[in-house]
Design a protein around this ligand. Structure first.
Ligand code: COA
Length: 328
């Protein structure tokens, strides 16, 4: 691509000093090769190695610099990469076997965090066979989010939390699900999956009846969890599941929620959420959380509208397989 400066046009970013061109090469020229050379030296000074069990303590200390609350245990046999700079650990990226998603505590970086993450991702992506790469980020960590956006990632899932303050709601017939509700719950679970198959979510993962049954049966029987259903006479028209969050202490997380399409927008979802929030408070939880697909027009509006504050993104990059030209 041609640099704008080569055409005699100096493009500057809004609010930036006139000497800072949007073209990296021009910037290096404007600011002098010395800085460019120093920067390259710093890049080379970061060494990428395989992560080793002996690094777990340093990795936990590195994570603690940005982690709020008790630092989760890092796996001693963690597969992944370590970045070493100035003789110490400046970053790590773990990728547990069988998981396509790198979770919040499975990565951290200090110093030139952008460069550390870029070097770690270059090493990770060499061996990662999955067709999509996923990594969790704190929404508040704007440097890391920007770095991963520049690596080709985008927001796929959002997780938000809210207090357990009571929600004012109209009266609807809401009750706790029991084993006789399993069949209609399977139907709604499949409807939810089909909703996610549509644009703009376009999720390709279909849910079989057998998988839907397993999810429903587990949710209804789960300790520390609850499934609330909205009923209209004999008909089950909506549901919301919740359970103890896997990582956040004293937080109840909403798993799945669906209101029949023809009944949406009438307040049933709000009534299900109000009951879930009351149940969570009565059970001893302190907050509730939910994850949603970023593109979803109904869930993004519904959860944010009910006070769920996004704190975590799951970023995703789709890896296309190499196109082979047709033989002639
Ligand atoms: C998300 C979902 C569960 C919400 O359920 P719902 O019954 O449609 O939700 P509600 O009717 O309570 O609220 C939806 C909107 O209707 C409004 N509403 C509430 N009561 C209303 C009433 N009596 N009359 C008209 N509108 C009303 C709400 O204020 C809300 O509007 P807002 O978005 O401007 O705040 C439902 O839309 C759904 O199943 N969507 C598809 C699947 C999905 O996204 N599930 C969540 C996956 S994580």
């Amino acid at each position: 691509m041609k640099c704008p400066q080569q055409d005699g046009i100096r493009k500057t970013l809004p609010g930036s000093p006139a000497s800072l061109s949007v073209c990296g090469v021009a910037e290096d020229r404007a600011l002098g090769h010395g800085r460019h050379a120093r920067k390259l030296g710093a890049v080379r000074a970061i060494e990428i190695r395989g992560f080793e069990a002996a690094m777990v303590g340093d990795a936990a200390a590195l994570l603690a610099e940005s982690w709020v609350g008790p630092v989760p245990a890092l796996p001693a046999d963690g597969k992944g990469f370590a970045a070493i700079g100035g003789g110490r650990l400046v970053g790590y990226l773990l990728s547990p076997e069988g998981s396509a998603r790198i979770r919040l505590h499975e990565h951290a970086a200090r110093g030139d965090r952008r460069e550390v993450y870029r070097r770690l991702y270059a090493a990770h992506s060499l061996g990662a066979a999955a067709e999509s790469h996923q990594i969790d980020m704190l929404v508040s960590d704007t440097v890391a989010v920007q770095t991963w956006f520049e690596l080709g990632f985008g927001v796929d899932q959002i997780k938000g939390v809210r207090s357990l303050d009571t929600i004012d709601v109209q009266r609807f017939d809401i009750r706790r699900a029991d084993p006789t509700d399993v069949e209609p719950l399977i139907r709604l679970m499949i409807e939810l999956n089909e909703f996610h198959a549509r644009a703009p979510m376009s999720n390709p993962d279909a849910l079989s009846e057998e998988e839907a049954r397993r999810l429903v049966v587990d949710d209804v029987a789960r300790d520390g969890g609850a499934v609330w259903v909205a009923v209209d006479g004999p008909w089950l028209v909506g549901f919301m599941t919740s359970h103890a969050d896997g990582t956040l202490p004293r937080v109840a997380t909403i798993g799945a929620a669906m209101v029949e399409e023809a009944r949406q927008g009438q307040g049933l979802g709000t009534a299900l959420l109000a009951r879930t929030v009351d149940w969570a408070r009565e059970t001893g939880y302190e907050r509730c959380a939910v994850g949603w697909t970023s593109q979803s027009p109904t869930s993004d509006r519904f959860w944010r509208g009910h006070g769920f504050e996004p704190y975590r993104y799951t970023l995703r990059r789709v890896i296309q397989s190499r196109r082979v030209p047709p033989r002639v």
